[in-house]
Design a protein around this ligand. Structure first.
Ligand code: MG
Length: 308
């Protein structure tokens, strides 16, 4: 009898196996008590770049399967569907201020935009007269500027034309492209703090850490100190939530950092996560692309608001 009672107590109090909790108070702010990781889709090749598309019936998720050369879509009602093929090996995706899909294309070596009528146009594909390497991830700021990383992961034997792996800012009013950060090994995921005063950039190359930059209203960056190191695998996609925390993909799933860079919790996945996005009808579902699968977990926080 005593054993039964002890077992019951253990079941009630044991933290869900889907998480590692380092700060209980923070964890309770982030996840409902019954939160658990759900695998929505599997059997894909290498998933990346989730973004929630607003639309009828609450919207749907778009994400990339890079080697399959496909963009997929998923929602609870319709399940998994093809969104676009070929995708030019689309990698990271985001929305701009007009809610158009903006995509970092490995194969296309460009940033593309999907217009409201479905036409796909090139936003930018070269810097100083030479082709980009293979744009990896992309975000749009509230002034409409498009910021993206350009490591050389996706060249697939094609000659590299850029002298380095840069972080770029495209001023969409003047069409001027600037290499704003040049000292990364492999710049990868990037995100802004909710007030856009900070830019976080993941280095998935040798350093395996996230750096933080100060950003001026004119789009100039300074600083660049190490914000957090990822201790399992490396950082790929990253997102800020509305409270300024940084959520990073990692070899063990997702690592969640306070705005000061303190690890507060992990979401544990059976596959390495490559990217993440907040979405869903209420904006409080965290979608995780991890190797062959798509996962989701309900949260109590939303992502940093989209640019207006
Ligand atoms: Mg990436």
């Amino acid at each position: 009898m005593r054993t039964v009672i002890l077992s019951l107590v253990f079941v009630l109090w044991a933290p869900a196996a889907d998480f590692e909790i380092l700060d209980q108070a923070e964890f309770r702010r982030l996840f409902p008590p019954d939160a658990k990781v759900e695998r929505l889709v599997t059997g894909l090749q290498f998933t990346e770049g989730p973004v929630w598309m607003p639309g009828q019936a609450g919207g749907y998720l778009v994400f990339s399967d890079i080697p399959a050369d496909e963009l997929k879509r998923w929602d609870r009602r319709g399940g998994l569907q093809l969104y676009r093929k070929p995708s030019n090996n689309a990698n990271g995706n985001t929305l701009d201020r007009e809610e158009r899909l903006v995509t970092a294309e490995h194969g296309g070596r460009r940033i593309s935009r999907t217009e409201k009528n479905g036409t796909v146009t090139t936003v930018v594909d070269s810097f100083e007269g030479r082709k980009l390497n293979s744009p990896n991830d992309v975000v749009v700021a509230s002034d409409g500027a498009i910021w993206f990383t350009d490591p050389d992961y996706g060249l697939s034997g094609r000659p590299r034309e850029q002298a380095g792996n840069y972080v770029f800012r495209l001023d969409t009013k003047t069409n001027r492209l600037t290499a704003v950060i040049k000292d990364f090994d492999k710049p990868n995921g990037l995100c802004f703090s909710p007030d856009e005063s900070r830019l976080y950039v993941a280095d998935s190359g040798k350093p395996r850490h996230i750096r933080v930059f100060k950003v001026t209203a004119g789009g100039e960056v300074s600083g660049g100190e190490v914000f957090a190191a990822i201790d399992k695998g490396g950082p790929d996609g990253i997102r800020c939530d509305e409270g300024g925390r940084v959520w990073s993909s990692s070899g063990d799933g997702v690592q969640i950092f306070s705005p000061q860079g303190r690890l507060v919790a992990r979401v544990l996945l059976p596959e390495s996560a490559a990217n993440l996005a907040f979405g869903g009808r209420a904006g409080r579902t965290l979608f995780l692309t991890a190797r062959k699968s798509l996962y989701a977990v309900e949260t109590l926080v939303r992502g940093a608001p989209r640019p207006k």
